[in-house]
Design a protein around this ligand. Sequence first.
Ligand SMILES: Cc1cc2nc3c(=O)[nH]c(=O)nc-3n(C[C@H](O)[C@H](O)[C@H](O)COP(=O)(O)O)c2cc1C
Length: 317
Amino acid sequence: MQIGPLTLSSPFILAPLAGFNDLAFRQLCREYGAGLCYSEMISCHGLVFEQDKTIQMTRTVPEERPVAMQLFGSDPEIMGEAAAILSELPIDLIDINMGCPVKKVIKKGAGAALMRNPALAARIIRLVRRHSKVPVTVKFRTGWNHESIVAPGFAKMAEDEGAAAVSLHARTWTDGFSGEVDLRVLADTKRAVSIPVIGNGGIMTYEQGQEMMNQTGCDGVMVARGALGRPWVFQPNRDEPSLLFRLRALSRHLDLLELHYNQQICLAKTKNHIAKYCKGIIGGAAIRQRIFTMTSFPNLRAYIETLQNESAARLNR
Ligand SMILES: Cc1cc2nc3c(=O)[nH]c(=O)nc-3n(C[C@H](O)[C@H](O)[C@H](O)COP(=O)(O)O)c2cc1C
């Protein structure tokens, strides 16, 4: 898949996920085969006003590239300034969030609210484009509600303003994060533009991603919740993995956390992801509960290592 000058090794992409897509998780998903990973959404104000927490979110390493940083906001000038700041960093794409349904974001006219204000959305894309040295992509939904499906026209507007690709979460704002994804609108959106279209929504397996591409003609797919605790979703032909395989993935995740963050942060971040790794495995609830009570990252690592050794021993028996 090609986005502007960027050639991706796979059309399977890690979607932006606030609270999850830090440097370690992005690098993990790249190692498991994601062709590109998006950051969590980054506030344009936070960047322009140099807030520490926001600056931290922009950290990258060469091993994870290509990487996309996602901006959100509704002030075109500030979005432009933020794009100029991001552009100086070693990143490959800047994405604009026009699909977030969260009230706090919508109230400020950002995220999915921009789908109801295409003139403002166009101005934001124009200014971000103007100030960016890397290609710009836009992520949005099918529309505000089922009575106002606007994605094909919105995608055309984004293309006319210079977007290098668009991503479509094929649900409306009123759908939130559940409900059927609308493959028909995704196919219509693909037909409406000549830039690449990335489909998103409800993909839990590699095969479902392939199916979305086959059914709609979209050029790539973004996986969001399907990658949490399951970074192997980016690998083709994978049977339901064994406990040992899952523990190895978790262990690699912990390696990467340790590489990039201090131990207190590693502990907190592991607790944030652990429920996802434990979902659907026998004894998963007990593992999760035990980890939640832990106060030391080295002890947590040792516990996972013991589980791994026990699991390997069971397989060799
Ligand atoms: C916890 C969580 C955080 C998310 N954060 C972002 C975000 O920062 N930016 C964004 O554009 N979408 C965000 N999304 C939306 C996802 O990128 C994706 O569009 C949506 O979850 C549908 O894909 P899925 O069905 O594969 O999960 C988030 C979704 C979830 C569940």
